[in-house]
Design a protein around this ligand. Structure first.
Ligand code: ZN
Length: 71
């Protein structure tokens, strides 16, 4: 799940839950838990998003996401 986490997010616009990786950085949902590592904060904390939001954030790499069983 650790793919292309190169984007840096500005923590100013994020809630504590988002900064903590507890909520999706895009839609703020805390359940289901965000599972996709989409970037980092300046202090190198991981930023997570749910799969749908990650695909919207990173359309170019969405085809390479692995680990989600399809059957
Ligand atoms: Zn989301």
């Amino acid at each position: 799940m650790d793919w292309h986490g190169t984007a840096t997010f500005d923590p100013e616009g994020l809630s504590w839950a988002q900064r903590d990786g507890d909520a999706c950085v895009v839609c703020h949902k805390r359940w289901p838990r965000p599972r996709v590592h989409v970037g980092r904060l300046p202090d190198s904390s991981r930023v997570l998003a749910c799969l749908e939001c990650a695909e919207a954030l990173l359309p170019a790499v969405s085809a390479t996401v692995v680990g989600f069983p399809a059957r």
